[in-house]
Design a protein around this ligand. Structure first.
Ligand code: HMG
Ligand code: MG
Length: 291
């Protein structure tokens, strides 16, 4: 099996990483953090989310963060939006790419966005329609694809059907989220065997959390299937506050270390990445201690 020669890392720590932090991280630290990430060779850094501040108070400073970060020409800084209101606010802040999200699990959908899966698709359709008018690329996340904390196993067909709908809406890529990190190489293979029959691997990304230490091996499986876009979070920070038991994302430095070992290029400087990882980990426990 030929592994991809180049992998694009989508760095999600400023959004997926910080959204799960209880203590509010000061805005200037978030800005400094993203500016440091921009120096590591990453080409995509998900900067924040324009969701309801009542639901995710940690990211209520989205507009200030987005406007204040130093934007590099060759780096994309997408933001997460749940609906048209979030999209419009993101657009007003100068955002050039957005990510939407839904899930095959009705219960998780309700807990995470107070909507049924169909209602979340209706919201996404409004976003993709508006995004087309403004020439804004839209990426889509599917959460809980390898298991849901409320509904248990998720059928690969349900994941695939939703992905087809999202591509029809105009999303350019589907990120498969193992939100609570329950996936194994076995379940990852079962999903990809079904999924990649309908969805091109070029439009597929993987987003693993590392609850049971399976993330890297699951990523290796995805690489074997030809997937070359990987979401990760420096220092392994992150999780979804509405997914019971969700722990951190796979750490970007671990992913880059593995890819370097496989001779797969990422364009990322591992030493610089480790410095940024130290920077954020040193600040997060300090903030917890102040509680
Ligand atoms: P709702 O309370 O049902 O909203 O929340 P509503 O439509 O009934 O409106 C109620 C109020 O919210 C109104 O304000 C709206 O203006 C406001 P009021 O009149 O009461 O003052 N509102 C908004 N405010 C700011 N920005 C918005 C917005 N929309 C409405 N965009 C809603 C529904 C979807 C907004 C809410 O449930 C929400 O924001 N959910 C997001 C939760 C979240 O961010 N979860 C984590 C991200 S997903 C994830 O982690 C998984 C992923 O990482 C992949 C993986 O790991 O697998 C992607
Ligand atoms: Mg995540």
């Amino acid at each position: 099996m030929t592994l991809p020669a180049f992998v694009k890392i989508v760095e999600v720590s400023p959004r997926d990483g910080l959204q799960n932090e209880k203590n509010i991280v000061p805005t200037d630290i978030k800005i400094d953090f993203i500016n440091q990430l921009s120096e590591t060779g990453l080409s995509v850094i998900e900067a924040t989310s324009f969701v309801s501040p009542k639901w995710i108070p940690q990211l209520a400073d989205h507009t200030e963060v987005f406007k204040s970060i130093k934007k590099h020409q060759n780096i994309s800084y997408p933001v997460l939006v749940p609906n048209l209101q979030g999209f419009n606010e993101a657009l007003a802040a100068g955002v050039k790419e957005v990510a939407v999200f839904t899930t095959p699990s009705e219960t998780f959908s309700k807990k995470n966005t107070n909507s049924t899966v169909q209602e979340s698709l209706d919201n996404i359709k409004q976003v993709t329609d508006a995004a087309k008018k403004h020439h804004i690329p839209v990426r889509a996340y599917l959460s809980c694809v390898l298991g849901c904390p409320f509904e248990g196993d998720i059928a690969p067909k349900a994941v695939t059907d939703l992905a087809m709908t999202l591509l029809d809406f105009g999303c350019y890529e589907i990120s498969l989220g193992d939100t609570i990190g329950v996936g194994t190489p076995g379940s990852t293979k079962k999903l990809l065997d079904v999924f990649l029959k309908k969805i091109p691997e070029k439009q597929t990304a993987v987003h693993f959390h590392d609850t049971y230490g399976q993330a890297l091996v699951n990523i290796y499986v995805a690489l074997e299937y030809g997937i070359s876009v990987i979401d990760s979070s420096v220092a392994g920070i992150g999780g979804c506050p509405y997914a019971k038991g969700a722990t951190g994302n796979v750490a970007t430095e671990k992913v880059v270390y593995m890819l370097n070992g496989l001779g797969i290029k990422t364009g990322i400087d591992l030493n610089m990445l480790i410095k940024v990882s130290r920077f954020i980990t040193q600040r997060l426990p300090k903030l917890s201690d102040q509680k």
